[in-house]
Design a protein around this ligand. Structure first.
Ligand code: NAD
Ligand code: UD2
Length: 317
């Protein structure tokens, strides 16, 4: 039986994908350098084999494909922090662009069946017009977004040029268990839930809202992202295409806090600060293309928040 490769499988989203693949009784290989991923994120199962390695090292990627045969490659490994990509564009480019190219080349050579790439809504930048359609113009504003967009084009073109059956998903704002709340640039939901729980446990913490709190995002629960990844893998219509991956619904930060107050019963003090430089006010996906091939999200933001809150309560000491 061939294995399914998950690059970045020790990370936030990757580890949820690995969990779902195990449920399908598939043999999984996680390739990860553990820069932000954690070993304990990976489900403990005899179906999972973990190889520590770096996608930006061409010979390591070549050796991986020499040693193992893959049916599908889910390529999620990346320096996922936009702030890091701005600080260190050369280093992050090696992972976020070169790494994608090496994986594509080896996948073509080996003849893998499907190649799915984790792109980002960041490719749209700050151009006006909502909700975003896949055919809308892009404006990648950071090294992270430029590398995602360039990788996406290489991924999609690999179908026409070499016959590799590829798909790219532009994830919007993903949230859920195992998202790291430790940086000020972590996903806002991971930060809010962390503060709410620490406050409940008696710590002296507060929540900061940059701007007026009316900014909106298309927050998607991580299990729905996994659902989309597995759906496009099975869909012939998804081959050679890019899909927005969100819920198609906008939620403001103030909405999030209302939900959390209901779920937790109590919120920490809230401070308002000026909007962050470069922040966009609204972001929203048009998901009609993904819907056409059978996608519908299973979780509302409120349901996802409740699950995340309960998970964090159990796992935070
Ligand atoms: P994450 O940081 O938790 O996961 C990334 C994983 O890649 C980590 O396990 C890390 O150790 C690994 N990695 C990094 N560089 C590597 C390298 N050179 N070689 C091997 N492994 C390497 O981030 P995440 O939020 O789970 O993101 C997963 C993917 O989804 C990324 O490609 C990210 O850009 C994309 N994405 C995420 C979001 C979001 O809201 N979280 C939004 C849009 C796109
Ligand atoms: C996401 C990405 C970012 C970049 C951007 C491109 C994440 C975590 N961030 O940023 O890297 O790709 O999309 O458009 O994937 N906020 C607060 N208080 C906090 C933290 C955040 O008010 O403690 C605000 C923040 O200023 C923003 C909103 O919450 O207005 C959402 O922030 P985010 O970083 O979760 O997501 P986003 O879409 O701004």
């Amino acid at each position: 039986m061939k294995r399914t490769l998950v690059t970045g499988g020790a990370g936030f989203i990757g580890s949820h994908l690995v969990e779902a693949l195990i449920e399908q009784k598939r043999k999984v290989l996680v390739f990860d350098n553990f820069s932000t991923g954690k070993f304990e994120n990976i489900p403990n199962s005899e179906l999972v084999h973990v190889v520590k390695g770096d996608i930006s090292d061409k010979s390591q990627v070549e050796n991986l494909f020499k040693k193992y045969q893959f049916d599908t490659v889910f390529h999620l490994a990346a320096v996922a922090s936009v702030a890091k990509s701005v600080e260190n564009p050369e280093e992050t480019h090696k992972t976020n662009f070169d790494g994608t190219l090496y994986l594509l080349q080896e996948s073509v050579k080996q003849g893998v069946v499907r190649f799915i790439f984790a792109s980002s809504a960041a490719v749209y930048g700050d151009l006006p017009g909502l909700p975003k359609k896949e055919t809308d113009p892009v404006k990648p504003l950071t090294p992270y977004a430029v590398d995602k967009y360039a990788s996406e084009r290489y991924v999609i073109n690999a179908y026409e040029l070499y016959g590799l059956k590829t798909t790219a998903l532009r994830f919007f704002n993903v949230f859920g268990p195992r998202q790291d709340p430790s940086s000020p640039y972590s996903g806002v939901i991971s930060i809010f839930v962390d503060r709410v729980i620490r406050n409940l446990k008696g710590e002296d913490v507060s929540i900061t809202i940059f701007g007026d709190g009316n900014q909106t995002r298309d927050f998607i629960f991580v299990k729905d992202v996994v659902k989309a990844l597995l759906l496009v893998e099975r869909s012939y219509e998804a081959v050679g295409k890019v899909f927005n991956t969100g819920t198609g619904k906008a939620t403001s930060l103030l909405n999030l806090l209302d939900y959390l107050a209901k779920i937790a019963g109590k919120l920490p003090p809230i401070h308002f600060e000026p909007p962050r430089k470069g922040d966009i006010k609204h972001s929203l996906a048009d998901i009609s293309e993904l819907k056409k091939i059978g996608f519908s999200p299973s979780f509302t933001v409120e349901e996802g928040l409740k699950l995340l809150f309960e998970w964090e309560l159990k796992h935070k000491d």
